[in-house]
Design a protein around this ligand. Structure first.
Ligand code: HEM
Ligand code: HEM
Length: 218
């Protein structure tokens, strides 16, 4: 008799922030790309479509900021698969899981270690991507601080970065990290799809439903 069972892994806040982040990044990248290299004719910085693109960029930026901060809060109150220690290996077991994953991706191991939540490798990649998210938020607020002539929220959100880096460097890094995020997304979707097929555990559907499947044949 088959012994397949399903387990609730990704709580609602994890799934909601995942998709809010993904949709925000898509919106921010299209509008940000336009801000950097306008591909439609615009009369001036305040004329449409530049004004519209900037408005959408900033609105999506606030939504993205709230979502990233909420997910970070959930690192401390969420279930065992959502916690901060899933992103940085703190136990020997987690270190071994990460090493075994690395060997698997180098074709030196036949199987991915059993991980109900994120594998050690996936966790580390998400820690890196959240660092890039935070940089995008802080550098975005730094540019808003300059564009709006100060203000407490902008100053705390990123204005302080102007004392550390020039605005040209901040803008350049804000742009370059957009491409880094997209490199991550391509690899991320490929690996999610690949592991869903080889592990047959419903990985892709799990980020919509919250459930993964385990047991014989999985
Ligand atoms: C993943 C997140 C984000 C991506 C991919 C992104 C992308 C971009 C890109 C490509 C540019 C154009 C840079 C250039 O080449 O000149 C830009 C500009 C800008 N972004 Fe973002 N951005 C993100 C998040 C944010 C956030 C969270 C904020 C703040 C709420 C923000 C505020 C700004 C500002 C103020 C500008 C300059 C606008 C101007 O000069 O008119 N961005 N962004
Ligand atoms: C801009 C696009 C995307 C970004 C930035 C992104 C980022 C992330 C992050 C940060 C996590 C960790 C979730 C957490 O614990 O909070 C995650 C998990 C996951 N994502 Fe995405 N994602 C994107 C798009 C997608 C798409 C399109 C798919 C499906 C085709 C997908 C499938 C998954 C799956 C299955 C997981 C959980 C599996 C695991 O542990 O590796 N993601 N993603």
């Amino acid at each position: 008799m088959a012994t397949t069972y399903r387990e609730y892994i990704w709580e609602l806040p994890v799934r909601i922030t995942h998709w809010v982040n993904a949709l925000s990044i898509l919106t921010l990248s299209i509008t940000g790309f336009y801000i950097g290299a306008p591909f439609l004719y615009a009369v001036s910085d305040t004329a449409l479509p530049m004004a519209a693109m900037r408005f959408i960029h900033f609105t999506a930026g606030y939504i993205f900021t709230a979502s990233v901060l909420f997910r970070i809060y959930w690192w401390f109150v969420g279930n065992q698969y959502a916690r901060w220690n899933q992103f940085v290996p703190t136990t020997m077991e987690r270190v071994q899981n990460t090493v075994q994953c690395g060997l698997f991706y180098c074709f030196l191991e036949d199987e991915i270690p059993h991980s109900p939540g994120h594998t050690g490798m996936a966790g580390i990649s998400y820690a890196v991507i959240f660092t890039l998210f935070l940089f995008e938020v802080v550098s975005g607020f730094a540019m808003l601080h300059l564009a709006n002539g100060g203000g407490m929220v902008y100053a705390i959100g990123g204005g302080w970065m102007l004392d550390v880096l020039s605005v040209g460097t901040i803008r350049m890094l804000h742009h370059v990290f957009m491409w880094c995020i997209w490199i991550f997304v391509i690899i991320h979707v490929y690996i999610s799809w690949h592991n869903d097929i080889i592990e047959r555990n419903g990985l892709i559907s799990s980020i919509f439903s919250g459930y993964k499947f385990f047991g014989s044949g999985h």
